[in-house]
Design a protein around this ligand. Structure first.
Ligand SMILES: Nc1ncnc2c1ncn2[C@@H]1O[C@H](COP(=O)(O)OP(=O)(O)OP(=O)(O)O)[C@@H](O)[C@H]1O
Ligand SMILES: [Mg+2]
Length: 180
């Protein structure tokens, strides 16, 4: 009997549980957590042996969404006056949390990045390539365009004064572990 059949026949097991996995986490809306978030998602999918390209795509998309939550949602920006400076020249931190939820169903990865920051009036306009409300911080307005390019699906919901949820999906081409 296969492991799947055994599990299905165990008492109380009604779903094909080995094919599903979920994780969620919450962290402070500060820039140093951008790298933490993208590495956490990369680790979550690591057992599927994604290609380097898939991993890079996922990490970039997560990074863009989390950065947006931090710098736009909560207006937490920092920057360095001169290249090579070790101390930020300016640092603004408003309290706020970012939620990151991921699920895997077989090789389909779903990611949600949520903030309870200031939200957006016009999501369609915000998603246009090169549109940015922070040109003074050298933002280029390409974050949503990258998320769209690197993931299979992108959905953005936002309410002014309430916050923003970004949902992204990507099917990885690697599911060698279990045969049908
Ligand atoms: N979580 C968010 N909360 C509030 N506004 C947001 C959020 N995410 C994006 N925006 C708005 O959408 C605009 C476009 O976002 P996008 O990521 O495409 O570009 P950017 O962040 O301005 O620049 P880049 O990502 O290239 O550094 C932002 O300038 C901001 O006005
Ligand atoms: Mg951005």
């Amino acid at each position: 009997m296969t492991a799947e059949k055994q599990l299905q026949q165990s008492e109380g097991v009604t779903e094909r549980t080995p094919w599903k996995n979920e994780m969620s986490m919450e962290f402070d809306a500060v820039s140093l957590n951008e790298s933490f978030a993208r590495v956490a998602v990369a680790a979550f999918v690591a057992h599927l042996n994604p290609t380097l390209e898939e991993l890079a795509d996922i990490k970039t998309a997560v990074s863009e969404a989390v950065t947006n939550a931090i710098i736009h949602g909560y207006d937490n920006v920092y920057g360095y006056g001169k290249h090579g400076n070790s101390q930020p020249a300016y640092l603004i931190i408003h309290p706020g949390k970012v939620q990151l939820r991921c699920s895997l169903e077989r090789d389909v990865l779903r990611i949600e990045v949520e903030d309870h920051g200031k939200g957006m009036e016009n999501v369609e306009q915000a998603m246009e390539p090169l549109y940015t409300t922070k040109p003074e911080y050298d933002r280029s307005g390409m974050g949503f365009a990258f998320m769209e390019a690197f993931m299979d699906e992108l959905e953005v919901h936002s309410e002014p004064g309430q916050g923003t949820v970004v949902r992204m999906t990507k099917k990885l081409g690697t599911y060698p572990l279990i045969e049908e």
